[in-house]
Write a protein that binds this ligand. Structure first.
Ligand SMILES: [Fe+2]
Ligand SMILES: [Fe+2]
Length: 362
């Protein structure tokens, strides 16, 4: 008997027109050994989200609220947070997490579609093989994030700036821009944020889920880094500069809150709804700077996902000229104040082994 579709189907869709070339490669021998190895590792490390995580356990509300960190800032260690009524803490933590995890979920759907596009668009067989494994990884991520958000509350709509970013990456016809926009900027930010949240939370199911997902994301980011570091040196100066500009535009959509549409501005709205005035919260947090600094020291310091990860990656890939660095500096100062300093002087490097780095602090 044929499967019955619901009366209304598909239930909710949205679309962006994308045009790209599907590229055949008639050479089936390895050309980029590092990508072939990454593909073999990916095959080795598959997992089944619905079987390997314990979905029967309820969310541990106390653990969830008491170890709630946002954007890597250990708010839960401050007196300000501890003084809030339990009910308010749960409301703020749950609301912010529903929003953030929903956007992770939507981002995973974007990553799923981009990975599928990369199978067709990248010119090397090793790159296609690897992207095929990533496509499966991302399907699993969509599945597990959807299941967790469902347990926590309701899926929230995508933040407009993230939607714009995913649209841009899906729509471009250049696979290198897809790789920079998704694998380097978006997944770099995601990997850093997932790992941060995993290290902070003591909610067992969330911790386990983020550990599994981060391991996959370490490979995804590694793919972008390995592939592009082979390809960027072969580009003309004009192509290289275009790629660099595309990376900046992606980062801008994730960071710049001057348009009022970033995730950060939406989270602050949620705080207001829960009865916490963001202005008061920031003042209180500023007074407790030393508590936060001590907590951060324990977890290895805070540079944030962009400064601590995405920018070092772009520098390593030769996608950060002085011209771009000046744009980043201007944007950071406008969003985070003059004290932010300049990324040009930063000497942060990338972890030598991303997969090992993910295991730290677990
Ligand atoms: Fe993912
Ligand atoms: Fe990914």
């Amino acid at each position: 008997m044929a499967t019955q579709l619901p009366d209304q189907h598909p239930i909710q869709t949205d679309a962006v027109r994308s045009a790209m070339e599907a590229v055949y490669n008639w050479n089936y021998e390895p050309e980029i050994d590092e990508l072939r190895t990454l593909y073999a590792n990916a095959l080795d490390r598959q997992w089944i989200g619905m079987k390997q995580l314990d979905w029967e356990q309820p969310i541990d509300r106390a653990a969830f609220s008491d170890t709630f960190s946002i954007g890597g800032i250990p708010i839960h260690e401050t007196e300000f947070w501890k003084a809030l009524p339990l009910e308010t803490r749960w409301k703020v933590a749950k609301g912010s997490a529903c929003f953030l995890l929903s956007n992770f979920l939507h981002g995973e759907q974007g990553a799923l579609m981009v990975a599928g596009q990369l199978v067709a668009a990248v010119p090397h067989t090793d790159g296609k093989f690897y992207a095929a494994t990533q496509t499966l990884d991302e399907a699993r991520h969509v599945e597990v994030f959807a299941a967790y958000v469902r347990k926590l509350g309701e899926v929230q709509p995508i933040a407009p700036a993230l939607k714009q970013l995913l649209d841009n990456v899906l729509a471009t016809d250049d696979w290198k821009k897809k790789a920079v926009g998704m694998q380097v900027v978006t997944e770099g930010l995601a990997l850093y944020s997932f790992r941060d949240m995993r290290n902070a939370t003591s909610e067992p199911l969330l911790k386990e889920l983020l550990t599994y997902v981060s391991r996959d994301e370490a490979r995804h980011t590694g793919y972008g880094i390995k592939y592009l570091s082979a390809v960027v040196p072969t580009l003309s100066e004009r192509e290289r500069a275009e790629l660099e500009d595309f990376a900046f535009e992606c980062a801008r959509l994730l960071i710049d809150s001057r348009g009022g549409t970033t995730m950060r501005s939406s989270v602050l709205e949620l705080w207001k709804d829960a009865g916490v005035d963001p202005g008061d919260a920031f003042q209180a947090l500023a007074r407790e700077r030393s508590t936060i600094a001590t907590a951060l020291q324990r977890s290895g310091g805070r540079r944030g996902p962009i400064r601590g990860f995405v920018i070092p990656t772009l520098k390593a890939l030769d996608l950060m000229s002085e011209r771009s660095a000046a744009h980043y500096d201007e944007m950071f100062r406008a969003n985070f104040g003059e004290n932010f300093g300049s990324i040009q002087a930063d000497t942060y490097g990338l972890p030598a082994d991303l997969e090992a780095w993910v295991e730290e602090g677990a």
